[in-house]
Write a protein that binds this ligand. Structure first.
Ligand SMILES: *Cc1c(COP(=O)(O)O)cnc(C)c1O
Length: 382
């Protein structure tokens, strides 16, 4: 990488996280469901005001465990937000269910409750909504709709740590929510995730299945005598290591600090690009706040995105396509149409967004982007 390169994403991990890892080394319990894991779960439960939190290896695992605990099975249909990293649709497929893709709002990219309503059928068992790139979906409408039809609602809050909707935190907007602590999310332990729920029994089920179907080995080692635990479920190994949990305990205390820095970057981009006709800036409705996991601009239809991306990368500036129109992924072989999602997937461009960006770097991104936009429109090339 060039010395003056500006990466698309960058984690904020430092001395405090390193010190927490050193403590786990000294404790002698680096595996999962030990003292750090339990402490992290207690921190999450308190922060989100939920009944319980289960620390797991990643958000994909949390979604899988959620659907298992909710009893989703072969032949069921799960309605999923279309414009997203397709983990929700994958989760439906893990349990043999069929993902049904719901189109999104053109202004926010979040799942459109009317699209969801139109897809409810006799085999529908629930809905997975996504806080798209950090912006919460329309949970009042989604909770009403799912309650009325007797469906479950899962919030995929993988990108949304720190975001809010009508005064409540993302991660506590549906009866079950899944978080990601992957290196490209707002707070991170490299890989990691959590399942949050208002239903204590659901958490018990998810925790058991996250550890091969037996309870915590750490707990069993503390018992006097030799009770032999028995396997009651074909569980998985989805445990979060105590090393990762210790890192996350520190990162949780930094959510506001890191989000403040991302907010400043977003405000700076919005200011510098306000008069740029060839891009549409992200829209944040008044009733919610964005976690700014990514910053996406929507390019004018005349702009050739690949050429703009090449120009940015040539200047050492990271960029990306944003996220996916899930229904278009070959693995699902779907014949559905989600035109809004497909259009966003075609025209959106992700530009650098993380807590380590400096104002100078933001200015350089915008200057390079503007030059690229105005010399590389399709109309200009014709
Ligand atoms: C990143 C992401 C995931 C997957 O998270 P992992 O922790 O990597 O499994 C799931 N859903 C959405 C919306 C994401 O953006």
């Amino acid at each position: 990488m060039r010395v003056d390169a500006i990466p698309l994403v960058r984690p904020s991990l430092g001395e405090r996280e390193l010190a927490a890892v050193a403590q786990v080394f000294a404790s002698g319990w680096p595996a999962g469901q030990g003292p750090s894991g339990k402490a992290l779960e207690a921190d999450l439960t308190r922060r989100y005001g939920v009944a319980d939190a289960v620390a797991v290896s990643n958000c994909g695992a949390a979604l899988h465990l959620a659907l298992l605990a909710l009893g989703v099975t072969e032949g069921d249909e799960v309605i999923v937000a279309d414009y997203t990293f397709p983990a929700p649709a994958h989760a439906a497929r893990y349990v043999g269910a069929t993902p049904v893709f719901a189109d999104v709002r053109p202004d926010t990219g979040t799942v459109d409750p009317q699209a969801v309503a139109a897809l409810i059928g006799p085999r529908t068992v629930g809905v997975i909504a996504v806080d798209t790139l950090g912006l919460p979906a329309d949970y009042d409408e989604l909770n009403d709709l799912t309650r009325r039809h007797g469906l479950f609602l899962v919030e995929d809050a993988a990108c949304a740590i720190g975001a809010t909707y009508r005064g409540r935190p993302a991660g506590a907007l549906a009866p079950v929510a899944c978080l990601s602590f992957h290196g490209r999310k707002g707070i991170t332990s490299g890989e990691g995730g959590a399942l949050l729920t208002t239903d204590p029994a659901l958490a018990v089920d998810a925790r058991l299945r996250s550890s091969f179907g037996i309870g915590s080995i750490f707990d069993q080692a503390q018992v006097v005598g030799l009770p032999i635990p028995e396997f009651t479920e074909i569980g998985y190994n989805y445990k979060l290591s105590d090393i990762a949990a210790a890192i996350l305990q520190v990162q949780l205390t930094r959510i506001e600090e890191l989000l403040e820095r991302r907010r400043a970057v977003a405000a700076h981009y919005a200011h510098l690009l306000a008069d740029e006709d060839l891009v549409t800036l992200p829209h944040v409705p008044d009733d919610r706040s964005h976690a700014w996991q990514s910053y996406l601009v929507t390019l004018h239809p005349d702009v050739d995105r690949a050429t703009v991306a090449t120009a940015l990368r040539t200047h050492g500036i990271g960029c990306g396509h944003g996220t996916w129109a899930s229904h278009r992924q070959p693995v699902y072989a779907s014949s559905q149409h989600c035109p809004v999602s497909a259009d966003l997937a075609r025209r959106n461009l992700a530009i650098p967004m993380h807590a380590e960006l400096t104002p100078d770097q933001v200015e350089r991104v915008v200057a390079t982007l503007r030059t690229a936009l105005h010399t590389r429109t399709r109309a200009g090339a014709a």
